[in-house]
Design a protein around this ligand. Structure first.
Ligand SMILES: Nc1ncnc2c1ncn2[C@@H]1O[C@H](COP(=O)(O)OP(=O)(O)OP(=O)(O)O)[C@@H](O)[C@H]1O
Length: 311
């Protein structure tokens, strides 16, 4: 199954009782990609990640990581791959440094290189001043960064991150991504799942998942091009009223409430903008602006996959 890709998955299927968590999912991830699984809660992202990590057996299908058959030989990928689950196992009553050395021991990182590697990672994560702090006393964002440091201590070639920045503030999230971009520069293949669509946008390639299936898989730019129609952003004091008034208007293909605005997907922006404004005026719904905008990944997700967009 190896064609030079870092990760290949073919026809993965996994159910839990009557729940089909993952139904016939296939993909291939090239070395050095940042590949994302984006989708709402329950889409099947964690189940895919666990199967890739070799900690959950698929009911059927095949997985190869760096050419190694993960299902036949889950131990064989241990030195190549690192998996950071949603709740990474940090020891809260150990210090930052002690946690790192625990993982260094677990992954048999040679003592000689351990210290230098830990220093380098702590520096990159901005955690150097906190080495002696108990992990339990770190902020949420710092905990996630410490988890990443622990997951990287044995220099894996494939890094799996399951919703790594959930609950992390925007500044820490930006730091976290700076580390990921650096890792990619050094050739690490990064596979992550996210329910945040702005985060999905940062991936080199994205699999849009829902109900156990990958519906589309491409670069964020090409996914945007694949979205049928054009987008109009309508800002208003009462965006819900706008949504209700336009739901069945001619040329409207979809509506997405985004705070104080509604993103309206239409067949032809130039033609529909004045029509929609007239319709809202006729219903006495005050509008502060109508303008054409480029789609974000959440617009694309809703248009291509349907349902409510994730966060
Ligand atoms: N161990 C399990 N036992 C029973 N059902 C499970 C188990 N793991 C996952 N599921 C079910 O499989 C489906 C997919 O779950 P999964 O956790 O893979 O989704 P997800 O996209 O990662 O969502 P989340 O962000 O909530 O983790 C859900 O319906 C979930 O309830």
């Amino acid at each position: 199954m190896n064609n030079g890709a870092a990760v290949i998955a073919q026809n993965l299927v996994r159910s839990f009782g009557a729940t089909a968590a993952v139904s016939d999912v296939s993909f291939s991830i090239q070395r050095g990609e940042i590949f994302g699984f984006a989708g709402p809660d329950g889409a099947g992202k964690t189940t895919v990640m666990r199967m890739l990590a070799g900690v959950l057996r698929p009911d059927s299908g095949g997985i190869a990581v760096e050419g190694i058959d993960v299902i036949a030989n889950p131990e064989g990928i241990k030195s190549l791959l690192s998996y950071m689950p949603q709740r990474f196992g940090l020891y809260e009553d150990l210090t930052v440094a002690e946690n790192i050395f625990f993982y260094a021991e677990l992954f048999s990182v040679p003592r000689k290189i351990r210290l230098a590697r830990a220093r380098e990672l702590l520096e990159a994560a901005g955690l150097s001043p906190f080495q002696k702090r108990l992990a339990g006393q770190l902020s949420g964002g710092m905990k996630q960064k410490l988890g990443l440091v622990c997951a990287l201590i044995h220099t894996p070639s494939v890094l799996l991150l399951d919703e790594p920045t959930t609950g992390v503030d925007p500044v820490s999230r930006r730091d976290f991504w700076a580390i990921l971009y650096n890792l990619r520069e050094s050739g690490v293949t990064i596979v992550l799942s996210t329910a945040y669509m702005d985060e999905a946008e940062r991936c080199s390639r994205l699999a849009l998942m829902d109900a156990g299936k990958i519906h589309y898989c491409d670069t964020p730019a090409r996914l945007k091009q694949a979205m049928p129609g054009m987008l109009l952003a309508i800002t208003a004091a009462d965006p819900r009223a706008v949504r209700a008034a336009l739901a069945d208007a001619p040329g409207v293909l979809g509506l997405l409430l985004m705070g104080d605005r509604v993103n309206v997907r239409v067949d032809d922006a130039a033609r529909r903008a004045p029509e929609l404004r007239a319709r809202l005026d006729a219903q006495n719904i005050a509008v502060t602006g109508i303008s054409r905008i480029e789609p974000a990944i959440e617009d694309v997700f809703v248009a291509l996959v349907g349902g409510g967009a994730p966060a």
